[in-house]
Design a binder for this molecule. Structure first.
Ligand SMILES: [Zn+2]
Length: 349
């Protein structure tokens, strides 16, 4: 298997101070030359987990876990050595060479294609929204009082009823295999390709680097299901991303409001609250919590006031608390079941 050079591994190690990295997962207190905290790898009440800034290693006197910063990341993120290296390289802005492992190359190329498909598709849907046959979508957008800036910021779009996406992607030269890998198109038993999103208002889901990784679509009539989302695929892992973080991270605030659905996030943005993300599913995952923690220290949970929303609030609080975040719960006064409804009724303050 192809591997990175020792020089590169050393560079990544020295660019990621072990105390800085571990502090993102464990609350550390200095005592003498070392730092101590509660071990994340076994349950304990008093800290036996130590980190040495001089030696750049960690060691737990309770369970015996130990090693350097790469070992720590691979253990806590459940990654192999190479994946942990890649994560740390990205954190410290080190560009890794593409390894000439045949299998990897195929996968990297396919990922690039799917990213390209997603990018073109988001633009295609967005342009559709301004066409005459998108009346239903335009009416909905008007009803929600979304202006052009909001529509463009989130690249909101419209998927027509006529398998036009598949045809467009073929015209752009993508193979059926690549198009299927994007999960935007399905194949019938008879072997016919069809668009999975039809007659829906479309929301591209972007990662923090503004890359389109998936889509959500909302119906414009009473049909069910009301929302459908891309399934997980080669570029999309649901529990590791948050809708709107690419926008919220530019708000310049040290706090982030977490809501359930993308319409909640978009609606708040429209009303001038730009530091909002949606957790894409009810419960916040640990990976999402860690991602958020990189961009702000205070988290405001603004889930729906129904039973599922309350359960998700409690779960989210636990996760964020363990990450050392300052947590607030958004209390909606008056008669509103979610933040979206609230700002529509009462405005943003
Ligand atoms: Zn331990």
């Amino acid at each position: 298997m192809a591997r990175y050079s020792d020089e590169l591994i050393d560079e990544i190690r020295s660019n990621n101070d072990i105390v800085d990295v571990i502090s993102q997962y464990v609350i550390l207190k200095r005592s003498g030359r070392n730092f101590f905290g509660l071990c994340p790898f076994h349950k304990e009440k008093s800290p036996s987990f130590s980190v040495s800034p001089d030696k750049q290693i960690f060691h737990c006197f309770g369970c015996g876990a130990g090693g350097d910063v790469i070992h720590f990341v691979s253990k806590i993120e459940n990654l192999d050595f190479k994946q942990a290296l890649e994560m740390l390289a990205e954190k410290s802005g080190i560009t890794l060479p593409i390894l000439a492992d045949a299998q990897d190359v195929v996968k990297i190329k396919m990922k690039e294609k799917v990213h390209k498909i997603n990018e073109i598709t988001a633009q295609f849907f967005h342009e559709n929204l301004y066409k005459p046959d998108a009346k239903l979508a335009q009416n909905y957008v008007k009803m929600r009082k979304l202006d052009n800036r909001t529509l463009q910021t989130f690249q909101i779009g419209y998927s027509t009823n006529f398998d036009e996406l598949y045809k467009m992607l073929k015209r752009e030269g993508f193979s059926d295999e690549e198009i299927m890998a994007s999960s935007l198109v399905g194949k019938s038993i008879k072997g016919q390709f069809y668009d999975k999103f039809k007659n829906r208002l479309m929301f591209p889901i972007k990662d923090v680097q503004d890359k389109v990784i998936a889509f959500g679509g909302r119906v414009l009539d009473d049909s069910k299901p009301k929302y459908i989302n891309s399934p997980e695929n080669i570029v999309y892992s649901k529990g590791r991303n948050l809708f709107g973080l690419n926008v919220a991270k530019k708000s310049g605030k040290d706090k982030i409001i977490i809501v359930e659905g993308y319409m909640d996030a978009i609606s708040l943005y429209q009303r001038g609250i730009t530091n909002v993300v949606a957790s894409l599913g009810t419960a916040l995952t640990e990976a999402q919590g860690r991602l958020l923690r990189k961009y702000a220290s205070q988290m405001i949970i603004g889930y729906d006031s129904d039973g599922a929303g309350q359960a998700a609030t409690i779960r989210g609080m636990e996760i964020l608390q363990n990450l050392g975040c300052d947590i607030r719960i958004l209390q909606l006064d008056g008669e509103a079941k979610d933040p979206d409804e609230y700002v529509i009724k009462y405005g943003s303050r």
